[in-house]
Design a binder for this molecule. Structure first.
Ligand SMILES: [Mg+2]
Length: 407
């Protein structure tokens, strides 16, 4: 029986490392970083930087993503270490989504190097041959953009994501429900999406070692022990997920930006720095679109995958970075449950074309406002011309450094 939906998950193989390799080659480096032991690591000069990505030869030395650089270098002293360059990654990421948009507009950008495509509508054009379609996408990215991806095909996002994580690189895999028992259930439970180290350890104690063990366990018991997360993870183990592919269209009405963090945010200061960076992007997009936001919201997803958010209607719709940030930071303080944060977002809605900020003319705000306005404008201009790395507000400099360290 044909499934109702066909979902693709496209995932760049060792994204940061592949993109660095391409960039280095472009700049005339004779070495392809992908072919030698190499790592992308936050602030290699500092001893506590962590490995953000590693080449396949580096993997052969046992170097893993997320470990301290010091440890990695002990495993392979000759490894080449390159610092991350987020502007470069944003450029390659956009090139990939632009290419994929030519296949379907029904695309959700999930992270800088991953997206989902709802391919259901392409059924007729590709005569149900989704395997060939996935190969076509994968090969075009490889041949036109120079890096490789894995494509996972299934009937929902969860299984498609699990499928793209199978054997790498440059491969297409399917994982339909009838294939779960053979392809997914024998895997260790830690391989399941959203199972972290902590929950994996708890599952081991309960005798749950594989995804299959989890799928066959008592959902009520899991719910009792882990709450909402328990049911969700049991559903995932059974391949149950009906979340929609969220196309960018829904973004046009509301302007938002969010980011997943690979290492959980656990303190207020770091969260505030992320909020500032997100407010900067949202503010810039509002200013570009000539829009002012009447509602500002903060979205948080914790490490147990629970989402919550808080929103506020503001009296004077704004497009000012600092105004957005100040509201977002206040909302964050009210909302945050002190749990580890996996994803953080700033969203705006109730967008209007006319500012009402002139209303503040008589309360002493106007000069501050016009100062900010011209600051925003100059920052936008410079960022547009030279890329975002050339001008960042003072505290963002620290964020970028910490961000690289924390990622
Ligand atoms: Mg990837």
């Amino acid at each position: 029986m044909a499934p109702d939906r066909i979902i693709f998950h496209i995932d760049v193989n060792s994204a940061f490392l592949s993109w660095e390799a391409l960039e280095h080659l472009k700049k005339g480096s004779g070495v392809d970083l992908r072919t030698v032991p190499s790592i992308v690591a936050g602030d290699p000069s500092k001893r506590h930087g962590v490995v953000l990505a590693r080449s396949i030869p580096a993997k052969k030395y046992g170097i893993v993503t997320g470990e301290p650089v010091v440890k990695a270098v002990k495993k392979c002293p000759e490894a080449i270490i390159v610092p991350p360059s987020h502007d470069v990654y944003a450029r390659y990421s956009k090139a990939m989504t632009d290419l994929l948009y030519s296949f379907s507009p029904d695309l959700e950008k999930y992270s800088i190097d991953e997206c989902f495509i709802n391919a259901t509508g392409l059924r007729l054009r590709y005569r149900n041959d989704f395997f060939s379609l996935a190969h076509l996408m994968k090969n075009r990215i490889r041949d036109e953009l120079g890096f490789t991806v894995n494509v996972g095909i299934s009937e929902n996002k969860l299984l498609a994501k699990m499928a793209s994580d199978f054997d790498k690189p440059d491969k297409v895999h399917t994982l339909f429900k009838e294939e779960m028992q053979e392809k997914m259930w024998p895997l260790p439970v830690s391989r399941l999406f959203m199972v972290g180290r902590a929950s994996s350890a708890k599952f081991q104690v309960m005798g749950i070692k594989t995804i299959g063990d989890l799928a066959r366990s008592d959902v009520l018991l899991l719910e009792q022990k882990f709450g909402k997360y328990g049911r969700m993870i049991w559903e995932y183990a059974n391949g149950i997920d009906d979340s929609p592919v969220q196309t960018q269209e829904s973004e046009a009405k509301d302007l938002s930006n969010e980011t997943t963090v690979e290492f959980d945010i656990t303190d207020r200061d770091t969260a505030r720095l992320y909020l500032l960076s997100l407010s900067e992007t949202v503010g810039m997009r509002l200013r570009k679109a000539g829009l002012y936001a009447g509602v500002i919201a903060v979205n948080i997803k914790n490490s147990s995958f629970e989402s919550y958010s808080k929103r506020k209607k503001i009296n004077n719709p704004t497009q000012d970075t600092m105004a957005i940030f100040e509201t977002a930071a206040g909302l964050f303080d009210e909302a945050w449950r002190k749990d580890p944060i996996r994803l953080i977002g700033v969203a705006t809605s109730d967008l209007v074309r006319e500012p009402v900020e002139q209303l503040n003319m008589f309360d002493g705000m106007s000069s501050r406002w016009s100062e900010r306005k011209s600051l925003n404008e100059s920052i936008d201009k410079i960022r547009e011309k030279y890329g975002s790395k050339y001008i960042v507000r003072g505290s963002l400099l620290k964020l970028n450094r910490d961000h690289e360290r924390n990622k």
